[in-house]
Design a protein around this ligand. Structure first.
Ligand code: LLP
Length: 437
C-alpha cells in the first residue's frame, strides 16, 4: 500500500504532481510520502496490538531526521546500529529508553555514547563484545541492559543470500546451544544486565513460516533460561517484514500477526515486553527515486536509457539483483500501469535503464519493458524508500540526491542536494599527521 498514484497519466504523491517537484528541485531526488509512512506504522501497530510492542523502527532503512521525527510522533522507538544513528535518534527527539542498539562491531566510543544516552538495550552479538561493554560500564560506574542476539538457525528464504542472517553460519548473534552457555557465564553481571533475547532472521522475509519457527525456538530457549533462574524481561523478534517491490508481493501485517502473536502472548501476559524492529516494511513503499533520461542509445540489439542516477544512489539492483518497478511519471492515460511488476502491454519496448557510473554493473533495470522513452523524460523508480539514500555513495564524485517529504498538498525539502563544494571540502586543507625526520 502506498500513496503514489497516476491520475490522468501523471504521477502524484498524495496530492502533489511530481513533475512540479522535479521542476523545482531537479533530479535525481528521493520523494517520500508521509501518509504512507504513517499508515504503515499504524497498521503494523494495530496488527500486533495484543502484544503492545515497542516498535523500534530500523533507522538504517531510511534515516532522514524528518522521517524519524514523524515516526517518533507516532510512538516509535528506534533500532540503531552505530553512533551516528544514536545521534539521529536523539536529534529526532526519540525517548532513548526505547532505543535498541545492534551491530557486531560496536566501538568503545560508540558504546560510551550509548551509555551516556541511556539506551534501552544493547543487542549483544558475541562474548567478546559482552565483556567489553560490561567493562566499559563498570569503569564508568553505570549499569546497562542487554539482549542476547540468538541465531535460531532458520532458513528465512530471503530474496538474496546477502541478506540472510539467522542461520548458524552467520557473523550475527550466537546459536541456541551457545546462548545457554552465554547466559550461564554472563547472566549475573551487575554492570550489563543480560535480561532479554533478540533475533533477526533476515530481510526481506516474504513468508510467515520462518518467523513462526524462529519464534518457537526463541520461546523454547526463554522457557529454559527461566527454569535455570534467569529473569527474561523482553523478547525482540527483529525486522525483515516484506515490502511490495511488486504489487501484492508481501503478506499483510495481519497475516504475520495472526501466527506470531499467539506464540508471544503468554510471555506478554506474564509481564514481558515485546519489541519489533521493522524497517523496509515501513519505508520501502513510502519512497521513490525520481530520475531524468539523459540520453537514449542503441548498442547492438539493445536499447539503453541512460539516466541521471544509478548504482551510486540505488545500489540494490546491482548488489542484490533486486527488482524496482520503473515508469515514466507523465504518460498518455492509456499507458498508466495496471500493476507494478514485469508488465507486458502493447506498445512497450525492452530497455536497459542504466546510470552514468563507469561500471558495467551500474544499472537499475535490464531488459525492462517500458513505454517509448526520450531525452528529458522523468522516470519514477518505485519502492526506493528503504536502503536507497542510506546506501548512496559519492562514487565517481557524484553528489548524493536531495530528499523531499510530501504531506497532502505540501512538499518539503528535508535534505538538500549535496554540492560539489561539499564533495571537495574535507580534502582542501591537508594537515600533518607525522612529519618525517
Ligand atoms: N533488525 C536488524 C538486527 C537488522 O539487521 C535489520 C536489517 C533490521 C532489523 C531491519 O530489516 P528490515 O525490516 O528493514 O528488512 N540493504 C539490504 C537490507 C539489509 C538489512 C540489514 N539489516 C536491502 O537493501 O535489502
Amino acid at each position: 500500500m502506498d500513496h503514489f498514484h497516476f491520475d490522468d497519466g501523471r504521477l502524484y504523491c498524495e496530492q502533489v504532481d511530481l513533475e512540479r517537484v522535479a521542476d523545482r528541485v531537479g533530479t535525481p531526488v528521493f520523494i517520500y510520502s508521509r501518509a504512507t509512512l504513517e499508515a504503515h506504522y499504524d497498521r503494523l501497530a494495530e496488527a500486533f496490538a495484543p502484544l503492545d510492542p515497542v516498535i523500534c523502527y530500523a533507522v538504517k532503512s531510511c534515516d532522514n531526521l524528518s522521517i524519524l521525527a514523524l515516526l517518533r510522533n507516532r510512538g516509535a522507538g528506534m533500532d540503531v546500529v552505530s553512533g551516528g544513528e544514536i545521534l539521529r535518534a536523539r536529534a529526532a527527539g526519540v525517548d532513548m529508553s526505547r532505543v535498541v542498539y545492534a551491530g557486531v562491531g560496536k566501538t568503545d566510543v560508540e558504546i560510551e555514547l550509548a551509555l551516556d544516552e541511556g539506551i534501552g538495550y544493547f543487542n549483544i552479538e558475541s562474548e567478546a563484545e559482552f565483556e567489553n561493554i560490561a567493562a566499559i560500564a563498570a569503569a564508568r560506574g553505570t549499569t546497562a541492559r542487554a539482549a542476547l542476539r540468538i541465531n535460531p538457525d532458520i532458513d528465512p528464504r530471503t530474496a538474496h543470500a546477502k541478506t540472510t542472517t539467522g542461520k548458524k553460519e552467520s557473523k550475527f548473534g550466537v546459536d541456541i546451544e551457545r546462548a545457554r552457555r552465554f547466559f550461564a557465564t554472563y547472566g549475573h553481571n551487575e554492570h550489563l544486565r543480560l535480561c532479554a533475547v533478540h533475533m533477526h532472521i533476515g530481510s526481506p522475509v516474504y513468508e510467515v513460516e520462518p518467523y513462526v519457527n524462529a519464534t518457537e525456538r526463541a520461546m523454547q530457549l526463554v522457557r529454559e533460561l527461566q527454569e535455570a533462574g534467569h529473569h527474561i524481561e523482553a523478547i525482540d523478534i527483529g525486522g525483515g517484514f516484506g515490502a511490495d517491490y511488486q504489487t501484492d508481493q508481501t503478506p499483510a501485517y495481519t497475516e504475520y500477526a495472526r501466527r506470531i502473536v499467539p506464540l508471544l502472548q503468554p510471555f506478554k501476559d506474564a509481564g514481558g515486553r515485546i519489541l519489533l524492529e521493522p524497517g523496509r516494511t515501513i519505508s520501502a513503499n513510502a519512497g521513490i527515486l525520481l530520475t531524468s533520461v539523459q540520453y537514449m542509445k542503441e548498442g547492438g540489439a539493445k536499447t539503453f536509457a541512460i539516466v541521471d542516477t544509478g548504482m551510486h544512489h540505488l545500489l540494490r539492483p546491482t548488489l542484490y539483483e533486486s527488482f524496482h518497478f520503473i515508469w515514466p511519471i507523465h504518460v498518455s492515460p492509456d499507458m498508466v500501469p495496471p500493476a507494478r511488476g514485469e508488465l507486458d502491454l502493447p506498445g512497450l519496448h525492452p530497455v536497459d535503464v542504466v546510470g552514468p557510473i563507469c561500471e558495467t554493473g551500474d544499472y537499475l533495470a535490464l531488459q525492462r519493458k517500458l513505454p517509448p522513452l526520450h531525452r528529458g523524460d522523468r522516470l519514477a523508480i518505485f519502492a526506493a524508500g528503504a536502503y536507497g539514500r542510506v546506501m548512496a555513495s559519492n562514487y565517481n564524485s557524484m553528489p548524493r540526491p536531495a530528499e523531499v517529504l510530501i504531506h497532502g498538498s505540501e512538499a518539503m525539502l528535508v535534505r538538500r542536494r549535496e554540492t560539489w563544494d561539499e564533495l571537495l571540502g574535507a580534502e582542501t586543507n591537508p594537515q600533518p599527521v607525522l612529519l618525517g625526520t
